[in-house]
Design a protein around this ligand. Structure first.
Ligand SMILES: *Cc1c(COP(=O)(O)O)cnc(C)c1O
Length: 416
């Protein structure tokens, strides 16, 4: 008897006792498909189409321009920011829902460098998500290397590289490739000890793990709306700045939405008070409405319960894969230790790419990350323990039959 069969009753009882089980009902999920890619694009919440239809037909269609006031469109970025703040342990008035993660990084890095005019180094990791590094490179070419210099260190060298030359330490809490989670509080403290600022990318954290920005004393943060927050493809991102910095912050994209009095139309720029100065242009209301409705799902959710279930689902996944003789060539790429693991489970295999494609054809949606990673997002709001068992069973199936060797599974599309 395989371990999956042996554990069948235990797995059923885990689902029966799951305090988050009722939330699955709130999502549109394909029958017979197991969605393990909510860390790349969260699924559609059931309430979102109706909400969008209302915004389109009634607010846009009938109320037209009045909606900026009557339907509070103008307040969406701040209002959604407040909702996200609750999920990431941020104080009121510190978080704005705006633009993309990349754009927000640009604004915050520039603002951080301006707070440390005698320093020029942006310190990051060479395994960071590339866009974070690209944005720092872009800023470096724009303002010159004597004002901005990106240093991307290996993880082993990170702590010793935090020295008096560093203006800002830019890190992603949960690594997109392996799911390794960095100690936010400790590293923020290290940055502060050296007189540097700390900027955290929460793209794989927000809605996935409990984040405590204020408790960690973080200076800045950014994060993603379309991953664990389920805001839809290209959903607006968010940014955070600790309130102690607000009066001193300047940002380079000084558009009218970040002006103190945009509808007075003065000729000279004057920043709005607080976090609002990080707005630049007009918010995308349809996208904001979709994210706003997705956040309703989080209203009564305790992030500690989400974390507990995420770890249990992940542990089950790891146990089932590692005890399967068929899958002995897969090696765990994510940390085993809970304290340094985010909400994804990754395995390495030299043929990871065609294996993932074959698995998708079997209705288990994960993804591939260069060079050899099979990546599975663990999303406790809609995954059941039985889904994990079924996913491993189908993975065994494609390895056992060698189905992944079919040439069609080696064809690469633009998005992997
Ligand atoms: C997904 C992700 C992004 C995405 O950036 P966008 O500009 O919103 O496309 C950025 N950083 C990290 C770490 C990510 O995981």
């Amino acid at each position: 008897m395989s371990i999956i069969e042996e554990k069948r009753d235990e797995i059923s009882s885990m689902d029966a006792a799951d305090p988050l089980a009722h939330l699955r009902e709130k999502f549109v999920l394909n029958a017979d498909e197991i969605y393990l890619d909510g860390n790349s694009l969260g699924p559609l919440p059931k309430a979102t189409p109706e909400r969008l239809a209302r915004v389109i037909e009634s607010e846009w269609g009938k109320d037209l321009i009045r909606s900026w006031n009557t339907n509070h469109w103008i307040d969406y970025p701040a209002r959604i920011g407040e909702r996200i703040a609750k999920i990431i342990g941020a104080a009121p008035g510190t978080t704005l829902c705006v633009d993309s993660v990349s754009n927000n990084l640009f604004k915050l890095l520039a603002a951080a460098l301006a707070l440390r005019p005698e320093r020029r180094v942006i310190l990051s990791l060479d395994n960071n998500f590339p866009t974070d590094l690209y944005i720092a490179q872009g800023l470096q070419s724009l303002i010159g290397r004597d004002r901005c210099e990106l240093r991307a260190e290996s993880q082993d060298a990170l702590e010793s590289a935090i020295d008096e030359s560093v203006a800002v330490v830019m890190l992603t809490e949960v690594n997109f490739r392996t799911g390794e989670r960095l100690p936010m509080k400790t590293l923020t403290q290290r940055a502060h000890d050296a007189g540097a600022l700390a900027l955290w990318d929460l793209s794989h954290s927000a809605g996935a793990v409990p984040v405590a920005l204020e408790d960690c004393d973080a200076d800045f943060a950014v994060g993603c709306g379309y991953k664990f927050l389920n805001g839809g493809p290209g959903a607006p991102a968010f940014l955070y700045a600790a309130s102690r910095h607000h009066d001193h912050l300047t940002q380079p994209l000084t558009g009218w939405m970040g002006h103190a009095r945009p509808f007075d139309f003065p000729l000279a720029y004057e920043p709005a008070p607080g976090i609002q100065r990080f707005a630049s242009g007009t918010p995308s209301i349809l996208a904001m409405a979709a994210l706003d409705s997705a956040l309703d799902v989080f209203d009564d959710v305790d992030m500690r319960a989400v974390r507990e279930k995420s770890l249990a689902l992940s542990d089950l996944f790891i146990e089932l894969v590692e005890s399967s003789p068929v899958l002995k060539e897969l090696s765990l790429a994510s940390p085993r230790d809970h304290s340094i693991r985010g909400s994804q489970v990754c395995f390495r295999h030299p043929n990871a790419f065609p294996m993932i494609q074959a698995l998708i054809a079997e209705g288990v949606i994960g993804d591939f990350r260069e060079p050899d990673i099979l990546r599975f997002g663990i999303t406790p709001l809609y995954l059941r323990y039985a889904d994990i068992a079924e996913a491993v069973k189908r993975l065994e199936g494609i390895v056992e039959t060698g189905r992944w060797r079919e040439p069609v599974f080696n064809e690469r599309s633009k998005v992997t």
